[in-house]
Ligand binder design. Sequence first.
Ligand code: SF4
Length: 481
Amino acid sequence: MVKYSGVRESRPGRINDLGTTGAQAEENYKKGCLKRADRSFAQGLQCQQINSMAALMSLEDAVFISHSPQGCVGCTTMAVDMYRVGQYHRGIKNIKNPRIIVTNIDQKSAVFGGEKKLRDSVKKAVERYAPKLIFIYASCASGIIGDDIDAIAGDLQTEYPDTIIIPIHCEGFKSKICASGFDAAFLSINKYILKGEKIDKEENLVNLFAPTTVSYADQKEMERMLTRLGAKVNYIPFYSSLEKIRKIPAAIASTSICKVFADEFMKTLLEDYEIPYSHTVMPIGIRNTDKWYRGIAKILHKEDEVEEIIAKEHERIEPLIASLRARLQGKRVFICGGTGRSFAAAALIDDFGMELVGLETPTYDDDAQVDIEYLNGIHKNFVLDIANMQPFEQVNLVNKLKPDAFIGVPEWAAKLGIPTTHVLDGKRPTMGYDGLLFLGNKIADQLQNPGFNKKLAKHVRLPYKDSWYSEDAFKYITGRD
Ligand code: SF4
């Protein structure tokens, strides 16, 4: 069997450049007519290196070496911020920064190689911090010049036997789907830490995979739900440790909070350690929370128990949702987020009686088809933009569709004066039954208080010519016909 390469495009049927409608996408996918297109102009993508780094950045006793020019770690600021706030929420008084070292590949290293810089960085990391783990992240530059980070790591491992040195192949150019960065990190964890070794099972232990964008409130809500099913939760890799990573093979089941986080890794865990897993949806909104909960309950053989819990949860929250619906009914929404969050948010707005007019999400595949079929059943004629960011397409669409509210990554829509709610809020509740109420109130409050974005739109200009707003938003997608 061919092992998964860590590049998401290598899975058959995955598409990441498309401009269409929900209905057309569903029909064409069924007919096998969705082609892998491309963009003749693209405006910056989220790179997979940041996802590889962010996924592991809160691990205890670890140093993160980016074998790259300095600029590559620029976008770690978001993950660093999440890590710092996450520590505060967990009651930690002395808040730490993650230990990030950049080898600073420059023109000279590009010609003569960056090996010495990498060796020196590892040496410094060991001398300064004596960590249990050192992760070496590849970058476009290290990949292009051909530095052999595996061989260098292997060599240094002999020199520093008390630290596990783990190379991660997350060269930015390798994949246009930034979630490939998560896969690259997990492939290396399996190869260098777990190594295929089977250990004794621990009763009721469940691996709960969580990315950086999950708030502490969401962690507690997910743990509360799993504990009610009798599970003992191994929450990883966010805010965890080498010891917790080593426990992964001891689990009796796995699930993930995010749809595109650890999904490929859970397949590996089934193949290498016989750990069954549940991969359904992100638990945002009633329908998705129920579906997520039933998914893991089935693996744990707790189908009857989960139905009882779900009935009680519905009884508790439905009156509160009804009052939110009175505030949100009929509002038109545009959604933009990662694959898991965007589909989950699209299902969530149905709880509040809102209407989906546009959806932007990075990939389309078998999983997305299931979600689109569901969404087409409740929302009619929404525009579907398969794009890893691409703000120029988004502002064009948002400007034409004129939604009442925007849910997702909000920067550009906010500058158009639309009320926005961030769906990647790693600091506040979003998930499970409790998160749903918090998120609903947040959307309703934004709609009632749109002043900030309105003022922003008056004073900030997006960098596009007026003529762009009347063009076809998908004009730069080639090979789609
Ligand atoms: S790894 Fe490549 S794509 Fe990622 S930040 Fe560095 S140069 Fe950019």
